[in-house]
Structures are given as structure tokens and as C-alpha cells.
Design a protein around this ligand. Structure first.
Ligand SMILES: O=C(O)CCC(=O)C(=O)O
Length: 329
């Protein structure tokens, strides 16, 4: 019997869930016991919609510990790095507490956030769709919503196999409409693909120097247009504390406008890839090495070397070259 060749939805490849043979490959994995039926249903839903919601996936003990860890991040000497749109990357304590500061790679210095990124429901799901151990390679803590326009991460988050990434949005508090909630177009991970670049030099990611703003705008406008053409409306993620939304590399998502000025929207976003994939930052850092987390997970960071100090000694300080003195500022 002839077997149909596997083709990926994207010309840049993907995970096994991203081919035309997904349904039969899933059935085979359930039949031979590699994937439990309940997990199979979750994967099926993720492949159909581009996201999966895990209610109450992070237990309250971890959430309470994360609250304390994040609070400590704003103290001089904490070792946490921060970022805001105006000041770029600096020590977390150097940013004004105006709600726009973010913590960069919080999972390195926040042990409970590290564990939250790999609670069994998240770890098992990612291991199943990657067919490999998952590695968290980039994370951010948000105090308030990003209000970022709807986009696909593959345009900005660059790894050696562009579609083999996934992300988790971990709610640290209940979110109501108007609080800058996460929004997304369900099914948009299967929109016709936007390819950046020029013939002979094309990529899934946007290269500002090569492509400029006009192509970037075409990409963003195209997502809204494709959704409108298909009659797809945005959905809003209005989680309770501890809920998690996992999204596909190509799910079009963003942060909605914050209409309630007072509201915080504390969350952690973690980007993952399979252990065999390499982040782009490997090209301009020399400390890249997967650090084992919990049971079957890994992490790495552009800014920190988690092996630099034993994880029991905190803070783990950023790698040299950033020129930051932890007590400065
Ligand atoms: O949480 C948000 O407001 C959006 C996050 C996001 O788009 C991202 O991290 O890629």
C-alpha cells in the first residue's frame, strides 16, 4: 500500500502535529500507548484551535511562592533583570513601579516560577507535541498587559527550527475584560503563511534591517485580514489565578487595550522548544547549555548561565558583558 508523504503546513517544517498525517499519527500513538487517550484529546483540540487552556494547572502553594519571589525581584541585589519599553534591559529594581516594568527570564531566579513552568500538565503536553523533552528558553513576567498588537511569535522568537516552539501564559491573578487580557484568533495557526525576506533570503522571522517596517505592517495587517475573511473573531482569555493557556508557535495573539487603568494583570509567559532545537541567541552568547529542571524539563537563558552558580545559591547573576552592578542604581 502506498503511504502518503508527510507534508508540513509551514514551508519551515514543524512538529509531528503539524503535518497532513496528524490524525493518523495521533491514532497510532494512542493505539501503541505512547499517548494516553485524555492527552490525545488535548492535542487534538490544540491542533484544531491553536491553543489549549489548562484550568488550575499551577497549585496555590506555588503561586503564593511566586508572589513572594516576584516581590523580592524589585529589591537591589536580587539578581533579577527587568525591561520596559523606554529603558531597555537593566536591573529590575532600576525601573519605576508604574506597572510597565517586566522581569526578564524570571524563571532563572524564581524557583517556584521555574517549577510552575514545568508542572506535569504543561511538561507532559509539551513533551508529547515535541516528541522530546521541553526546554524553556525565554520567559517574561508582566505586571500589566502588553497591549501588543496581534502577532505570531515566529516573527520575533527565533530558533533553529522556527515552528517547533510553543508558549505558556500563566495567570498569577484573575483577569477580567478591560484588564489588558490576552486575545487571539482561534485557528490562526493554520492561516496561509507569511514569509519574510526576498527570493533567496526568506525566513519565518522578521529581519528589521532586511524587511523594514512596511513588510512588518503587511504581516500584522494580514493577520487581521485573514481573520476577517474567514469570519473569525478574537477570543479573550479571562483566566482565574493558576490557569494556563498554551499556544501554538503560529497562533495569532496579542494583548488587548487596557481600559481599566488601575488593573494589574500579573502573568508569566514562557517560550519553549524541544531540547534538540537551538535558540538564535546561541550565536551571540557562549554560555548556552540546557539546565535540567524538575522531572524531564530544561531551561536556558540568553542573559543568565544557570550553571554559573549552583541553583541553590541565589541570585544567579547575569553573564558578564551586561556591565551591570546588582547594587547600583
Ligand atoms: O500577555 C500579553 O499581553 C501578550 C504576550 C505576548 O504576546 C507574548 O509574550 O508573545
Amino acid at each position: 500500500m502506498e503511504t502518503e508523504e508527510r507534508t508540513y503546513h509551514s514551508q519551515f517544517g514543524g512538529n509531528w502535529i503539524d503535518t497532513n498525517r496528524f490524525a493518523e499519527d495521533l491514532a497510532e500513538r494512542i493505539d501503541d500507548g505512547r499517548i494516553a487517550p485524555e492527552l490525545g484529546e488535548r492535542i487534538e483540540s490544540f491542533v484544531e484551535k491553536g491553543y489549549l487552556i489548562l484550568r488550575g494547572a499551577v497549585p496555590e502553594e506555588l503561586l503564593a511562592a511566586i508572589d513572594d519571589e516576584v516581590e523580592s525581584a524589585w529589591e537591589p541585589g536580587s539578581g533579577f533583570l527587568g525591561r520596559n519599553p523606554k529603558m531597555g534591559l537593566k536591573w529590575a529594581h532600576q525601573f519605576p513601579a508604574d506597572g510597565r516594568r517586566r522581569i526578564v527570564d524570571p524563571i532563572v531566579n524564581a524557583p517556584s516560577a521555574q517549577l510552575a513552568a514545568f508542572v506535569p500538565e504543561i511538561r507532559d503536553f509539551l513533551a508529547a507535541i515535541f516528541d522530546e523533552a521541553p526546554m524553556a528558553f525565554q520567559s517574561l513576567f508582566f505586571e500589566r498587559g502588553s497591549q501588543q498588537r496581534i502577532h505570531q511569535d515566529t516573527a520575533y522568537v527565533v530558533v533553529s527550527e522556527p515552528v517547533r516552539i510553543a508558549a505558556a501564559w500563566i495567570a498569577l491573578e484573575d483577569v477580567e475584560e478591560g484588564n489588558g487580557e490576552l486575545v487571539y484568533y482561534p485557528g490562526s495557526h493554520r492561516f496561509e503563511e507569511f514569509v519574510f525576506g526576498v527570493p533567496g533570503d526568506q525566513s519565518k522571522s522578521w529581519n528589521q534591517g532586511r524587511d523594514g517596517q512596511p513588510m512588518h505592517q503587511d504581516f500584522l495587517n494580514g493577520l487581521d485580514e485573514k481573520a476577517a475573511a474567514r469570519g473569525i473573531e478574537v477570543e479573550r482569555f479571562l483566566p482565574k489565578r493558576g490557569d494556563v493557556l498554551l499556544w501554538h508557535a503560529d497562533l495569532a495573539h496579542g494583548g488587548s487595550k487596557q481600559t481599566n487603568e488601575e488593573a494589574t494583570r500579573r502573568s508569566i509567559v514562557v517560550h519553549y522548544m524541544p531540547l534538540s532545537v537551538e535558540p538564535n541567541y546561541i550565536k551571540f552568547t557562549d554560555h548556552f547549555k540546557p539546565y535540567p529542571v524538575g522531572d524531564g524539563g530544561y531551561m536556558s537563558s540568553r542573559h543568565y548561565d544557570p550553571f554559573g552558580l549552583d541553583q541553590s545559591e541565589r541570585p544567579v547573576l547575569p553573564v558578564e558583558g551586561l556591565g551591570l552592578d546588582p547594587f547600583d542604581g
